[in-house]
Design a protein around this ligand. Structure first.
Ligand SMILES: [Zn+2]
Length: 198
């Protein structure tokens, strides 16, 4: 007879290691530092639409009191949640930031000075070079948040028509108004960018 073990059963049985959470987590959006147990979760049930900080179109953020055996939060309507959010600004943050101290890289420059091109080229080179020369994998910590950066890499380096000029990321200007692009990298080789569409 097969018995399915939950996350905490497997930890107790020594099958997997317990999570090692950081004592303090830094939000990559607002720089708030908070304890891991203060992190909010993003609800999944469609009835829980509407967040006081982010507006009627965003799912509610909540501090959970129920979890699945795998350690995921359960929202008030019973749906399993996968995404966490900052307790101050309510924006999504990658789960990996709970466990590993990131290295923040901020790129400053005048509007249209090439910050997004530089970040795109740097990320592309790290993706290619780290596995080959240093045996380190380099992956997206949060593919959804990195979609803008992925689009930029695709338009810059995977353009099938080399003779045609294609705007970066399909014509999106990521930082023309803010003058700042940034990303964070952790020791596990995960990258997360908070370049936003302007
Ligand atoms: Zn924040």
């Amino acid at each position: 007879m097969a018995i399915a073990l939950g996350h905490y059963d497997q930890v107790a049985a020594g099958a997997i290691s317990p999570l090692k959470l950081l004592p303090q987590v830094t939000c990559p959006h607002c720089w708030e530092r908070f304890a891991p147990e203060q992190v909010l979760w993003i609800s999944e049930h469609l009835d829980l639409l509407g967040d006081p900080f982010l507006g009627a179109e965003s799912q509610q953020r909540f501090l959970p009191s129920r979890y699945t055996l795998e350690g995921d939060a359960v929202d008030p309507k019973g749906m399993t949640c996968r995404t966490m959010a900052c307790p101050r600004c309510h924006l999504p943050i990658p789960r990996a930031m709970m466990e590993m101290e990131p290295l923040f890289v901020s790129i400053l420059g005048a509007p249209a000075s090439g910050k997004s091109y530089f970040l795109t080229a740097m990320t592309w080179q790290l993706r290619r070079t780290l596995p080959i020369r240093f045996k380190v994998g380099f992956t997206d910590a949060d593919p959804a948040s990195n979609r803008v950066l992925n689009d930029c890499e695709e338009s810059l380096f995977l353009n099938p028509d080399q003779a045609e000029v294609i705007p970066l990321g399909g014509g999106l200007s990521h930082s023309a108004s803010s003058g700042v692009d940034s990303c964070c990298v952790n020791r596990a080789g995960s990258v997360w960018s908070n370049s936003q569409k302007s």
